[in-house]
Design a protein around this ligand. Sequence first.
Ligand SMILES: *Cc1c(COP(=O)(O)O)cnc(C)c1O
Length: 388
Amino acid sequence: MMSRKSFLPFHLPDVDGSELEYIEEVINSGWLTSGPMVRQFEQEFSDSVGAQYAVAVNSCTAGMHLALEAIGLKSNDEVITSPYTFAATGEVIRYFDAKPVFVDIDKTTFNIDTALIEPAISERTKAILPIHIAGLAVDMDPILNIAKQNKLMVVEDAAHAFPTTYKGKRVGSIGDLACFSFYATKTITTAEGGMVCTNNARWAERCRTMSLHGISKNAWNRYAADGSWQYDIIAPGFKYNMTDIAAAMGLAQLRKSDRMWHRRNQIANQYNSAFISIPEIEIPYFDNENQHAWHLYMVRLNLEMLTINRNQFVKELIDQNIGVSVHFIPLHLHPYYQKSYGYEADDFPVSHQQYKREISLPIYNRMSDEDVRYIVGVVKEIIDRHKR
Ligand SMILES: *Cc1c(COP(=O)(O)O)cnc(C)c1O
């Protein structure tokens, strides 16, 4: 049996000297919260995804809240999304007392099944909220068409999708608004943070205003030498702005994000070639036309070929010092959604079935080739011991 002495974490951020250098610059400047570093990060991030505007916030959840506020979501409105996602996607709709209308996912991609969207549209539908799961682009063209025909907005949960491309365009420049996450485990991190991207000046301005108390001039202008002490509160906003310390980290991460992506892509290729010939495992879907961000490497077990279930498989991996995870427990299986909307597990059968067979393996640039070989070896060995 293979073994290693130290635990291989599911994720480790790549944070080193360049983050420290930029953070030191902020500390020495005496300006800690939203200021020049945030502006620089917004500028470089929007350039990198090809969006006209980017508003830095303190989480993707906050960003999605602001995006839905900007498009005017109201109570009793409906937003079409899929249940195969993290808590944040559903909760931001509930912040407005609006209704998340779930439709199932595509069996191959884990992304929303675009064929199910049109039948789910009602008089109250305001927006479609697709999630680019794992960093694999959602098929956006049919969604944009449906949105156009039905006068709906498209807000993307792009928490996993930096850097993802769809038909040559970066996610962040495709839908009406796209929200990225810089949480500690995401493809680039500010510890906690997020970014709203849009090509619409009015929505960008609304997000910016509402991210800082609904004050019409932001604090940076207010305290700059040429700024003024006056401000207007135009709406009861939120406290969602990003700090300059976080932005310093984000800028350092952004500037090395290509190298980080290349390494993840290499690891994905190493996994793919090792697992492709093993019938007990299904490798994640990808295509060579669109760039996969490889935030997650989601494999599926062909359970009918194994004598153990997914949970037992996970336990064996952890027992052999490999940190793994499961993405995601579909929202409709959680008590809140079951109680509020009366959902049952098989109301979204594809989500339910795929969830039962999914395991996410570590994929981050600090992993060595030896780490990858160890994981591949352990996976193969578990399969050999539990083949039917
Ligand atoms: C991480 C995540 C979020 C939330 O991001 P935060 O920055 O932690 O708010 C939203 N959606 C998905 C799919 C995520 O994985």
